[in-house]
Design a binder for this molecule. Sequence first.
Ligand SMILES: *[C@@H]1O[C@H](CO)[C@@H](O)[C@H](O)[C@H]1NC(C)=O
Ligand SMILES: *[C@@H]1O[C@H](CO)[C@@H](O)[C@H](O)[C@H]1NC(C)=O
Ligand SMILES: *[C@@H]1O[C@H](CO)[C@@H](O)[C@H](O)[C@H]1NC(C)=O
Ligand SMILES: *[C@@H]1O[C@H](CO)[C@@H](O)[C@H](O)[C@H]1NC(C)=O
Ligand SMILES: *[C@@H]1O[C@H](CO)[C@@H](O)[C@H](O)[C@H]1NC(C)=O
Ligand SMILES: [Fe+2]
Length: 611
Amino acid sequence: MRGLELVFFAILLVLATLQVAISHGEQPLSRIAVHNTRLRLSENADIRASPSILGLKGQNSEWVTLEYASPNPSNDDWIGVFSPADFSASTCNPDEGSKQSPPFLCTAPIKYQYANYSSPGYRKEGKGSLRLQLINQRSDFSFVLFSGGLANVVAVSNKVAFTNPNAPVYPRLAQGKMWNEMTVTWTSGYGINEAEPFVEWGRKDGDLMRSPAGTLTFNRNSMCGAPARTVGWRDPGFIHTSFLKELWPNSVYTYKLGHKLFNGTYVWSQVYQFRASPYPGQSSVQRVVIFGDMGKDEADGSNEYNNYQRGSLNTTKQLIEDLKNIDIVFHIGDICYANGYLSQWDQFTAQVEPIASTVPYMIASGNHERDWPGTGSFYGNSDSGGECGVLAETMFYVPAENRAKFWYSTDYGMFRFCIADTEHDWREGTEQYKFIEHCLASADRQKQPWLIFLAHRVLGYSSGTWYAEEGSFEEPMGRESLQKLWQKYKVDIAMYGHVHNYERTCPIYQNICTSKEKFYYKGTLNGTIHVVAGGGGASLADFTPINTTWSYFKDHDYGFVKLTAFDHSNLLFEYKKSRDGKVYDSFKISRDYRDILACTVDSCPSMTLAS
Ligand SMILES: *[C@@H]1O[C@H](CO)[C@@H](O)[C@H](O)[C@H]1NC(C)=O
Ligand SMILES: *[C@@H]1O[C@H](CO)[C@@H](O)[C@H](O)[C@H]1NC(C)=O
Ligand SMILES: *[C@@H]1O[C@H](CO)[C@@H](O)[C@H](O)[C@H]1NC(C)=O
Ligand SMILES: *[C@@H]1O[C@H](CO)[C@@H](O)[C@H](O)[C@H]1NC(C)=O
Ligand SMILES: *[C@@H]1O[C@H](CO)[C@@H](O)[C@H](O)[C@H]1NC(C)=O
Ligand SMILES: [Fe+2]
């Protein structure tokens, strides 16, 4: 017992150095990293979890019930979920250890909840119960009762595990580099020395084939700092990507994930299905959903000391309910706000699984994925919690030349999307600027009339408080060099996240509205409509009280944008609230090819030369 006590005489790593501004989302798990967590196992304290074996029917998400008792109950008692269950394993990273004295409690809990959450009588009776949802994430779990604040461990539960913790889980689709290629990325516990990963797929009612998958993983040393390198670190398992090629446009395919173990046994996922993307230029109804800053939340109410991403589950739910009417999704940065607590990426991929396994789930990089001092991010803040882009670049596939430089283009029927990476320099003369210009310039507007620019930070226009105070209503230097590209190449809509609300501008160029119309644009736009769709789920951001001429619609609520291209001449834009899925703002564009060709200010070479 003494040895055990010594190991448990544990100290949660101090995260005082982690400075994540409240406005950018403090990771709730950081609140419980405290000094001097002690094991005061009490004979009269107890915590039990049931069932102890999960996923008997192959499920990768299950509810467990906890029953617990403490001789000294208080409202400050809480329950932490640890995984691996043996959370005291003394494998702390030595190079982060100087500030603390050993031994450490080396892992942050995956999530936690107050002991009184569903047992209001807990404080008086000293007994409580709680239901928590667990997802399959490659390891077993244990539950720990902490007493009187964050310091004392009074009881540790039995272990709980899924029948196959290594199971292939949470597939996410993404457009490949070719229009007729779909990529499938998933997570498992099987490394390349244990099994061969592949996808078995085919057209509905057609023959099935198998496509091999590549496998990636990384270790603690790939993280740039704490908490990702310390208490937030958790083994990411293996991330596999398979490239399904030569798809028939709009055809429905089924697929399942497989691993062939070297002793001949196969391990399978459930069966999923998707519809292949349309041919570039193809005329068919095409529906695109775009939002930023969604984050994750827990259906069981746990993990929410500060309730930072409260809108997340509503947004997810609305998208799932409308999934039959959605063809592709863009989540433009600030993906899950793991901020260096790696377990949260599994939770996020589990949350969006119904969406991401069915339609391409395309992401952009935000500050919470990438920013870290001294690592080449355009901003030197600590918003990624030490992840410095590694998680986003590995967990999700994007058809970029180099996944660490998160800019790419993708075509979807009548749409061309150019996705920028605001965490790397975009100004004139940079590699990214060249990419943006190439992406915009190479669109064949007769075939792909709808040209959309996407980025995380607001490079265009926003009435968010901070941007207004800073004076130009944009990310500093945001549109300085890009606006001439948007104008020259006649970008229809530019959309951003980062500011957690919704806002739409007039068609605009150089701060001047190029049209007074608000709802129905006929003919040439003469400028670009800028939209902030950052209300995906993270805590809402305020608008400045200043009303500008260019701001046409503002909403301080959770929501997302849906674009519907009916054909080459008609586009419908809708903004829907996450709370009810109803449309609160919309406009239409109706125009023909000649309207795109029409020369406006700074948009034709001849006019530019003449002036
Ligand atoms: C449960 O504990 C929390 C945190 O200490 C406290 O805010 C809340 O009022 C308590 N609830 C009940 C029903 O006692
Ligand atoms: C192959 O290995 C797996 C995992 O170790 C095991 O569950 C399975 O029973 C083995 N199959 C055979 C045929 O040995
Ligand atoms: C664009 O400019 C042209 C010429 O100035 C004008 O006729 C047209 O109405 C404008 N388009 C819109 C949508 O305002
Ligand atoms: C800005 O417009 C809103 C909505 O029309 C209005 O409620 C508000 O009073 C206006 N603010 C100022 C400073 O004029
Ligand atoms: C989520 O939607 C429900 C209604 O469906 C609403 O009552 C609730 O306030 C919403 N949550 C947030 C955080 O907006
Ligand atoms: Fe952001």
